[in-house]
Structures are given as C-alpha cells and as structure tokens.
Design a protein around this ligand. Structure first.
Ligand code: HEC
Length: 144
C-alpha cells in the first residue's frame, strides 16, 4: 500500500471515529427539541383537560416529529418500546388517558431517591406540541 493510500485510510478511520463519538454524546443529550406547531389552532394559556386535536391529521403529522425528537430515544421508534420505558401505544385512548398523559409529559417521573427517570417537558415544549404528540400516540393505540 502506498503512503498516500495509507494516509487516506487513516483519515477515513479518524472521521468515522469522530462521527461515532458525536453520535454517542448526542444520545446522552437530553436537550428538548422545539416543536413547530404552525397550522394547529393556538390554545392560549389555560391547560386543556382533554385533547383538542383528537384525530386531526395535521396534529398527527406534527406529533410524529415531536415524538421522534423528544420521546423516541426512551419510548422507542414508532412508539414501540424497546423495554427502556413503557410502551405508549398502550395508554388509554380518548378522555380516559388524557390526564395521565399530561401529568407525565408536563412533570416527568422521578425515582423515590430523586433520580430522573423521565424529564419534565413543562415550559420546554408548548401545550400545542404536547397535545399533538398525544394525538400521534392515539393514532398508534394498541389495545392490551
Ligand atoms: C429519558 C427517557 C425518557 C424520555 C426522553 C421520555 N420518557 Fe416518558 N417515561 C420514561 C420512563 C422511564 C417512564 C416510566 C416512569 C415510571 O415508571 O414511573 C415514562 C413514563 C411515561 C408515561 C406514562 C406511561 C405509563 O404507562 O404510565 C408517559 C405518558 C410518557 N412517559 C410520555 C412521554 C412523552 C410524550 C415523552 C416525550 C415528550 C417522553 N415520555 C419522554 C422515560 C422517558
């Protein structure tokens, strides 16, 4: 192998290594991703008790991307849990599941010793974004 080829191979290996490192640190990163809710009716300040966007196609679309960016790393792609966190396709559909969904997404979950199991999203993503994610999850609902 010529020196030049060796140098090229080395450069590729270094780049791949750097890429892997970047990917690994991106995984551990819990920075919430903003969700663009343009196209959904704004909800104002007051918290809704029930999903105002149920079955709204635009909300499903926005919720899919909001879910993929903020929830999938723990709850799994396509909402199919890999075992790290509960499978959200099983959440009660309709009004019955709204309150528990909002409790968790807004306030997260901690272990009794205070360790975070799930981050709180209150103040980080909008109410519109939260209900859009709920609408997406309801579209994936799978009865137990
Ligand atoms: C860092 C990992 C992590 C992220 C990110 C995360 N969750 Fe969770 N979530 C968990 C864990 C772990 C639990 C279980 C907590 C428990 O057992 O008390 C949970 C529980 C829940 C529950 C209750 C499920 C049930 O069956 O009781 C809901 C709803 C939920 N998460 C929604 C979301 C949504 C929506 C997002 C994204 C906006 C999200 N989570 C992001 C880890 C995560």
């Amino acid at each position: 192998m010529s020196i030049r080829l060796l140098a090229a191979a080395f450069a590729v290996a270094t780049a791949l290594f750097a890429f892997n490192v970047a990917e690994v640190s991106a995984h551990g990163d819990v920075t919430p991703q903003p969700v663009d809710t343009t196209g959904l009716d704004p909800l104002g300040e007051e918290w809704r008790k029930h999903n105002p966007y149920r079955e709204n196609a635009k909300a499903i679309e926005i919720g899919t991307s909001g879910y993929n960016q903020n929830c999938a790393r723990c709850h799994g792609l396509e909402a199919i849990s890999g075992g790290l966190a509960p499978d959200l396709r099983l959440l009660d559909k309709g009004d019955a599941g709204d309150e528990w969904f909002m409790e968790r997404i807004r306030h997260g979950a901690k272990k009794p010793d205070g360790t975070t199991m799930m981050p709180a999203f209150d103040g980080l993503i909008s109410q519109e974004a939260m209900w859009a994610i709920r609408t997406y999850l309801e579209s994936k609902y799978t009865p137990q």
